[in-house]
Design a protein around this ligand. Structure first.
Ligand SMILES: C[S@@+](CC[C@H](N)C(=O)[O-])C[C@H]1O[C@@H](n2cnc3c(N)ncnc32)[C@H](O)[C@@H]1O
Length: 375
């Protein structure tokens, strides 16, 4: 009996310890969410100051850049710059080390290299776009948006009086920010396509990139698959300022009305901006643009995993899965009806638009590759 009592007492106290640990862990996690914005804000500051650019230009001979050198070069208050760097270093962005003279110094890390303003893998433009006041304002309207049975006024419209595309048309500076951000992702996604599924472009003579932005995607694809003739198709205000690229013709137009004819219609991060009915309209226009016998549509989009799905995408699988869920929230804040879709939801819009067969290939990117064939 005594033993049993002891047993109960011991169990109770173990339970209490576990409960206390769980509460402490929950509190520590909640602090991360409370101050989650600090990461975006401080990384934005680092990009604007050009910390990664200066280190990259001057770290050449593996020379460590001292805090003094850095603050003088960037025209910054040394003690504030030290605190900014301490925060970032704690997250693997930059590394603190000592100079030859024993002063505090810094070097780049794989993460900090992504903050260089220009460059192959840079994600700086994406962060500057998402952290711009224009893109942050709609988040304050998220609750109002969903606090109505049939979805309230889109959060972006409520903040700015028009949708994201009309806003970009009226504000060339913002349009440029948007196009640069998309080009940033395009460089990452296209390199994954080229590595993981180059065979999908075999025998493709003409390809139209619908909603292709500034043409970065087509330019990079044609560099690797030079037999493709590319049509970069986007709204007139985007196509008219897109830079020249060999093998690419820029055409302005509205994909809801018309899509230029080609062997393949390519859509990356376009359909997730729209609701199902709009996707069916766009895909129908794409189906009409390609040959019925040998044409196809290539779609690059995130696929939200369903419980029964076992998506294998390599070591980044879990992290990329969460990016898909974050993007779904971004669609809710920034577009009128856009959303990320599960494979079943993709099957629905594709079938409704007249594509009887499709395949899904997972690549080492946020997006997967869907190839759809007309009936
Ligand atoms: C999220 S961006 C994707 C850009 C590019 N595909 C990429 O992934 O880098 C969506 C693109 O769709 C374009 N777009 C929006 N509405 C359009 C329409 N009605 N007709 C053609 N393009 C449109 C936008 O201008 C923008 O460039």
């Amino acid at each position: 009996m005594g033993k049993e009592t002891n047993g109960v007492l011991a169990r109770t106290s173990d339970d209490e310890v576990i409960k206390k640990q769980e509460i402490q862990e929950a509190q520590a996690n909640m602090w991360k969410f409370v101050f989650g914005f600090t990461e975006m804000a401080v990384i934005k500051c680092a990009i604007e100051l050009g910390i990664a650019d200066f280190l990259e230009e001057n770290n050449n001979n593996e020379e460590v850049i001292s805090l003094n050198q850095l603050s003088n070069a960037l025209g910054c208050c040394s003690s504030s710059l030290y605190r900014i760097l301490r925060f970032l270093i704690n997250r693997g962005i930059f590394k603190e080390t000592s100079t030859k003279n024993g002063e505090i110094g810094y070097v780049q890390t794989p993460l900090s290299r992504l903050l260089i303003k220009e460059g192959g893998n840079s994600m700086a433009a994406f962060l500057l776009f998402e952290s711009s006041p224009v893109m942050l304002a709609p988040w304050h309207n998220l609750t109002a948006r969903i606090s109505s049975k049939d979805n309230g006024r889109p959060a972006f419209d409520a903040a700015h009086g028009k949708d994201v595309w009309k806003y970009a048309e009226a504000d060339p500076g913002h349009s440029n920010l948007l196009n640069s951000a998309m080009a940033c992702d395009a460089r990452v996604a296209v390199s994954a396509i080229i590595n993981d599924c180059p065979e999908i472009f075999k025998g493709v003579n003409t390809m139209v990139d619908v909603g292709g932005g500034d043409g970065t995607t087509l330019r990079l694809l044609i560099e690797s698959f030079p037999w493709i003739n590319g049509i970069n198709y986007d709204l007139p205000h985007v196509a008219s300022v897109a830079p020249h690229a060999n093998g690419v013709v820029h055409v302005g137009g509205d994909m809801f009305n018309y899509v230029p004819k080609a062997d393949v219609a390519f859509l990356m991060w376009v359909l997730h901006d729209w609701g199902d009915e709009e996707c069916i309209q766009i895909l129908t226009k794409c189906r009409e643009a390609i040959p019925k016998d040998k044409g196809k549509v290539i779609i690059l989009e995130a696929i939200i995993g369903e419980k029964e799905e076992n998506i294998i995408r390599g070591s980044n699988n879990e992290k990329l899965k969460d990016v898909g869920l974050m993007l779904d929230m971004v669609m809710m804040a920034h577009t009128s009806n856009g959303k990320e879709r599960t494979s079943k939801e993709w099957a629905y819009v594709l079938n409704a638009a007249g594509f009887s067969r499709h395949t899904i290939t997972h690549i080492n990117a946020v997006q997967s590759v869907i190839q759809a064939y007309p009936s």
